[in-house]
Each structure stands twice: as C-alpha cells, then as structure tokens.
Design a binder for this molecule. Structure first.
Ligand code: KPC
Length: 496
C-alpha cells in the first residue's frame, strides 16, 4: 500500500541520535503507526503516564500533515492574504505603498518550506525526543500482522495494544481531467513552481475557502465552482457577510452547478460546468481541488476492523476499534477532521491503554475558516436556535445595514476608518427563556483564540447575566461582553 505519494522535497533528516531502534523480544504497552498530531500526542501522553511505546512514522518527521502541507501553510497563506488584501484596499493611503496587481506566490511558499524543513521539523524531533521521551523512527512503513504484532523492514515487533494513526488524504473527485498538470490539492500547492494567473477552485470546504482568498489576494483571477450552495454551515447573516465580501474582492462564484470536466491537453486549460442546463467553459491555468479528505484506513483492512462508509475506522469514544486492543485515532477515524480531536483522541487512547476507563467527553467544538477574514464560530446558528427552542434573541454588530466600522480592534482599525462596511461582523445567539448563550459567530481578526474558551463556557450554560460581569480588554476584537451588558438589564431580553 502506498500512502506517501505526495511530493517530498524536504531537506530535513533528523540526526541518527534522535531516532530509536525498536526492541525485539520486548512487548510494548503500545505501538503507534503514524507520528502525526494524533500519534505524537498519544505517544507523549502514554510516556507521561509511564507507559512504553514505539512510534513508526513513514515520513521524514513527526508532526504529520499539519506542519507539512495542511494547517501551518494554510495559516501562513492566510496571514499573507490579509496583509496583501489590506494593502490593496489602503494602497497609496497616508504612508501605505502602492501595491502591484500581481504578487508572486512562489516565494511565499519557498519561505514556508525553508522554515518548515529546518526549524519546524527540527522542533518536532527535539521536543518529541528530549522533552517527551517518545521512541520513534522515520521512513518506516509498518504492516499489521495481528492485533499485537507489526512488521517493519522484515522484522516483527510486539505490543499489548496497537494504535493506528495514519491520517487522511485529499479526496480526489471523479471528474474527467482531474489528473492533468496544474490540478492541485493543498499538498502540491506548497511545492508550486509557477505563477498561476487564472484559478478555478472546485469545492467550498474550509481549506478551499482559505486558499480561494489567498489566490485572489495574490492578484489571480479566481472562480469558485460548487455542486451546492457554498458555506451552508454558517449562520445566514455570517454567510451573507462572508460571501458578499468575497464578491466585493472580485471572486466569482458559481453554486448549484454540475462540474463536468477539467479540460486541457497536457496542462489544465479550463473547467466545464453546467448551470441551469447550459454548458459554460471557465478558462484557467490552475485548478485547486478543495473537495475534502478521505481516511487512510487501508492499512487496517486485513485485520478485519469495522470500516465506515467514508473509509473511516469506526471507533467508540475511547478510540477502541471493533477489535480488542486495536485503537484508531485522529483523521483515520473520520470527521470532524480537527486538530483538537486528533490530539485528544491520542490522549484518550493512551489513558485507556494505561488502565483508565475514560471516554472523550462530547464537548461543543469551536470551528474556524479563513477567507481574507478569520471566520470563527461555536454552537448554533440563529435558525437552529429557533428550530430547537422556538425563539432566539440575537446581539449583532453592526446591528443593521449601517456602514459603521464596528466591530473594530487591532487589525481592523484602519479598515474601519477607510472602508467601515468591511471591518467585520459578529453575532451572539441567546435562548431567551434560560438567558443562555447557544451560539457565537465572528468575522474579523483576532477573535479566534477566545472561541476555545467560549466553547467551554457555552457548554457550562453561560448566561447573559454572567457575561455582563466579565472584564473586556477594550478595544476587543469581539464585542460580546460589552454588547451583552447593554441588554442584561432587561427582564425580557430583546435583540440588539
Ligand atoms: C509548528 C507546529 O506546532 C505545527 S505542527 C503540530 C504537530 S503536533 O504538535 O504533533 O500536533
């Protein structure tokens, strides 16, 4: 089975002294297959509890796809996109320089790779070995022999438990032409060696959203095509702000279209779509596939573990598979494909392996995606609140169609003074009878971290009366505290 089929141009090889040799004639508490976020955190937690482990990693580093071509470059591209976007809107204003129409992206990804291939991979090695005491080896493809045995380089190794942490890969849609040159997923994008001019983005998941805005900020002509309405998971008001601001920046969007073909001879030349029965060719030199991921569960199939409809290994909340002593953690277990689940699943597998009887609690998960704004949310939409509770009170900023630069704080101050209607948007959803918050939404800059804690407060039943007593760090990116205080005096809450 070939899993490591993405371009590997990394220059980093950990020093031999960082790597361990697995012991034969020894029974580990656990052998981890895969040292990404899930495998690395699981290994570290198990070691912290006094367990013995060995982790086999196929790639040249621990830390997985996050630092290689997923979350870190996505954040790096987003950060570049915000700078570029803002400088475009402010070009020539006060002290701001004039910005060229086209900004090359190859040097941006070169800089990312340079730091990744040295500092980031080195940190993953050094922390894992020196601070966490993880025993691991790289470039090692493990084969599962039975629930207690793996085979690597022709040798067999034993453990009381097996932990499968093999991640997921981009889902490649079944569209003619999908294998043409310059049809990219996020894996190929970080190694790009040419400058795209016209990009068609297929799909509208979170990765696609971030890169769509990045391509546009670089000055590319960008079109999004999707089989259904995009970003339906967002609250309606938030969705409207996000999409109208993508369009304001010149991004073209085709929703509810059939994607019939990616056309080209050697390289991609266009995407053929069908809209309301009419065929249309969108010329382009690059296609970005943002069509989701598929778990790498193939390694476990010979064991006979239960596999779900999306190729995921089915697990319970202890991350046990259908086979005793075989655990699966992280993206290989299917959605949600989020870091917090990857890392926590490793922790819960380790705790159960070490004799505890614990399940991962069912907490509300905060989420985010990038456009040229940071879009962050937790809990219900206004519509879901009305469906679930029959009513909803909302606190919004700006509260109606007013061109006012609110919310504003660091990073949105200049926008608020130059293009106030573009500074951002936020919304809190309250169930009025209990006065409890059920959802928080924010589009802007710098509010993401707060949502990690808002999620916990929301699960604990945070009320408007409690939030009114919080201390805001004015000017705060999200104005939830002070806006709530403007309403908490009401016996019968009304929207703001
Ligand atoms: C630089 C960085 O921390 C991103 S990669 C994280 C991988 S891991 O710590 O194993 O979750």
């Amino acid at each position: 089975m070939k899993r490591l089929n993405w371009p590997t141009k990394s220059i980093y090889i950990p020093p031999a002294t960082s790597l361990s040799k697995p012991k034969k004639d020894f029974v580990y508490d656990a052998i981890f297959i895969g040292g990404g976020a899930a495998g690395r955190f699981g290994s570290a937690f198990l070691r912290a509890m006094g367990g013995t482990q060995f982790t086999f990693e196929m790639d040249n580093h621990l830390g997985g796809q996050c630092c290689k071509h997923n979350c870190v470059p996505e954040h790096f591209a987003y950060d570049n996109a915000v700078y570029m976007d803002h400088l475009r809107w402010f070009s020539g204003l006060t002290w701001m320089p004039e910005i060229p129409d086209k900004i090359p992206m190859v040097p941006i990804f070169e800089l990312f790779r340079k730091v990744r291939d040295t500092n980031v991979y080195k940190f993953m090695t050094d922390q894992s070995k020196d601070q966490l005491g993880i025993e691991f080896d790289i470039y090692k493809e493990a084969k599962i022999v039975d629930p207690n045995t793996v085979e690597v380089d022709g040798e067999r190794y034993k453990a009381r438990n097996l932990v499968i942490a093999t991640g997921a890969r981009p889902r490649i849609p079944d569209i003619p032409g999908v294998h043409l040159k310059n049809v990219l997923t996020n894996r190929e994008l970080v190694n790009i060696d040419y400058e795209p001019e016209k990009v068609v983005v297929i799909g509208a998941g979170k990765t696609a959203a971030g890169y769509t805005s990045f391509f546009r900020a670089c000055g590319c002509d960008v079109t999004v095509v999707n089989r259904s309405p995009i970003y339906r998971f967002l609250d309606d008001d938030v969705r409207e702000f996000v999409i109208s601001n993508m369009k304001r920046r010149g991004i073209k969007i085709y929703e509810n279209v059939k994607i019939k073909e990616i056309r080209g001879t050697e390289k991609v030349e266009g995407v053929v779509i069908e809209e309301n029965g009419v065929e249309k060719v969108i010329p382009c030199d690059t296609v970005f596939l943002g069509t989701g991921v598929i778990p790498n569960s193939e390694i476990a199939k010979p064991l006979g573990v239960e596999i779900g409809p999306n190729n995921e290994i089915v697990v319970n909340r202890k991350f046990q598979t259908s086979i005793p002593n075989v655990y699966a953690i992280g993206d290989v277990t299917g959605p949600p494909y989020v870091m917090s689940k990857a890392r926590q699943s490793g922790m819960y597998a380790a705790r159960n392996i070490m004799g505890e009887d614990v399940e991962m609690p069912n907490r509300t998960i905060p989420e985010f995606m990038f456009t040229t704004y940071e879009v962050t949310w937790v809990g219900l939409t206004e519509k879901q609140c009305r469906e679930q509770y029959g009513d909803a009170v909302v606190i919004k900023m700006p509260p109606f169609n007013l061109d006012i630069g609110l919310p504003l704080a660091e990073r949105s101050m200049i926008m608020a003074h130059v293009h106030p209607e573009m500074s951002g948007f936020q919304k809190a959803i309250i169930e009025p009878k209990s006065r409890r918050f059920v959802g928080f939404w924010h589009v802007g800059y710098g509010a993401k971290a707060a949502f990690q804690y808002l999620a916990v407060l929301l699960d604990k039943g945070l009320t408007v009366d409690e939030m009114a007593t919080f201390h805001e760090l004015f000017l705060n990116a999200e104005h939830f505290i002070q806006l709530t205080r403007l309403r908490a005096g009401q016996k019968n809450l009304t929207s703001l």
